[in-house]
Design a protein around this ligand. Structure first.
Ligand code: HEC
Ligand code: HEC
Length: 245
């Protein structure tokens, strides 16, 4: 008797699940009622392909732009959906004017797509700007933890640039703000990842020069010159410091 009860509860749950996923599917496949950019008579398959291409170009799920829970794909309630529409018009416009013109000059010019700019992320921000903005709200240590996390998630994905310049540029922003200790942390992090980065060593030198610590600045320039004797930046800066300019 007991087993029977358990069985019927499971059966009921299964039926409810099937029913709701079928009705979700129906809702999804329903004729679209609110297309303002795509052709009104687009086939269900083509619409799905376009939507999947949006999701993968931005690295998001449908619910980033739609109230998927309520099965309401027609609603324009979400600002991301309304922005996506602007983006669709921008993309066609660029393709039909500028890229068409470029193609009349050189015929293998490719079309612009969402992924050409988005590379798998809805936000298009330079890594140093992302770090700098979280620095301003949460401080240096948390911005470096964020660097590690973004590196884990996006390394090699062409969303952010993990080459040596991003942390260097970030440190320059902190140096400009006279946050020297924090800039040092950032440059040390970079040196861990790029032990022979002369640009990092040169940035240390600049930082210490700004701070008025000429001796330390000179030490870093010498480190650069030990790795790359002809380094223009380091040799010029060395000359300037030595001649007292
Ligand atoms: C980046 C935002 C974005 C993402 C992600 C996205 N969509 Fe859309 N979707 C739109 C926009 C914009 C429209 C309206 C297009 C137009 O006006 O021509 C739309 C329209 C639709 C419509 C037609 C609704 C109607 O009745 O007019 C359906 C269905 C739909 N999307 C399903 C999906 C599904 C399923 C996914 C996930 C695979 C998805 N969308 C992901 C932006 C998005
Ligand atoms: C020429 C480059 C370019 C192309 C092509 C492009 N976008 Fe964008 N998109 C941007 C920029 C720049 C932003 C602003 C990003 C930011 O503030 O970080 C943006 C922002 C967005 C946003 C808002 C994201 C948010 O959360 O604030 C959505 C949604 C979006 N784009 C969807 C699309 C879709 C869908 C396509 C293809 C139809 C597309 N974009 C094509 C450059 C582009």
């Amino acid at each position: 008797m007991k087993y029977y009860k358990v069985f019927s509860v499971i059966l009921l749950a299964l039926l409810t699940f099937c029913y709701s996923s079928i009705s979700a599917q129906n809702n999804r496949d329903r004729k679209p009622t609110n297309l303002k950019v795509l052709p009104a008579d687009i086939s269900g398959q083509d619409l799905r392909n376009v939507m999947q291409s949006f999701s993968s170009a931005l690295g998001v799920r449908c619910e980033y732009c739609h109230y998927e829970e309520e099965n309401d794909f027609a609603s324009d309630g979400m600002e991301t959906k309304r922005i996506a529409r602007v983006m669709m018009k921008m993309k066609s416009n660029i393709n039909e004017t500028f890229l068409k013109e470029a193609r009349s000059i050189k015929n293998d010019v490719v079309d612009l797509n969402c992924v050409s700019c988005h590379h798998g992320s809805p936000k298009i921000r330079l890594l140093e700007d992302v770090l700098y903005s979280s620095y301003q709200t949460k401080g240096i240590d948390s911005s470096l933890v964020q660097y590690n996390n973004l590196r884990k998630e996006f390394y090699g994905a062409a969303v952010y640039d993990f080459r040596e310049m991003s942390l260097i540029n970030y440190s320059h922003k902190l140096t400009e703000d006279k946050k020297y200790d924090d800039a040092v942390k950032v440059l040390n992090k970079n040196l861990e990842l790029f032990p022979t980065s002369t640009r990092t060593l040169n940035s240390f030198a600049q930082l210490y020069q700004f701070k008025g610590e000429k001796e330390t600045a000179l030490q870093y320039l010498q480190k650069t010159i030990a790795i790359d004797p002809k380094n223009r930046f380091a040799n010029q800066m060395l000359e300037r410091i030595k001649s007292g300019k």
